[in-house]
Design a protein around this ligand. Sequence first.
Ligand SMILES: [Zn+2]
Length: 224
Amino acid sequence: MKAVVRSLCAHGCVRCGVAVFEYRLLPRARVPADAPAPEDVVLLCPPCHAALAAGGADAALVEGMARAPFASLPDFDRRYRLVSRAAPDVELAGRTMSEISVPVSLAGVPIVQFTPPARDGAATEISLRLGDAQGSPRILVEHGEWMAEPGWSFAHARGRIAVRQEGGPGRFVLRILSPTLARVEGVETMVWGRRLQIDPHRVLIGGRPVIVPAVRRRIVGLAL
Ligand SMILES: [Zn+2]
């Protein structure tokens, strides 16, 4: 069912096109919420859902977006969506790793993972895990779906996707540079007692710098 919804919604938020989203029931849906038809479900990113809720979520407006999802319109800027058939190339601390599914794993946990689109034209699916306040890994995004519990925020603009832990240090910033290239710009997290910090120039594990290998066609780029 989710695959059909993603296809109907052009693989992104119907309001802004970003490929991180929640599955939301359309206002018109009258079916039980546990068994909706794909046509009754729409993809919205957390900020767009909040904006629509703040504006009263005009039913006709959301219906219109569902019929003409933003990522299917000419105005949608395709530079800011990963669509590579293979895993994308990933810049990390100034190095480029080619066709990497998991650019960074920490204590066995894939921090960020890219799943190539099942079909031409679909978006690369992004998954993201960070540690919570106790250092236990949490799924924040799974195959594009925003899964985070309250206490995490999501924002995006012009290809930059940012996830932050409210009131804590946890953060993840990804910048999509082209349909086949992304840069991990910032990470701050702790998983099972291992602290990871990434900025545009360095990767630090427990405060110590790590060399980023220029690998290609690997599942995991950097295992820490
Ligand atoms: Zn949106």
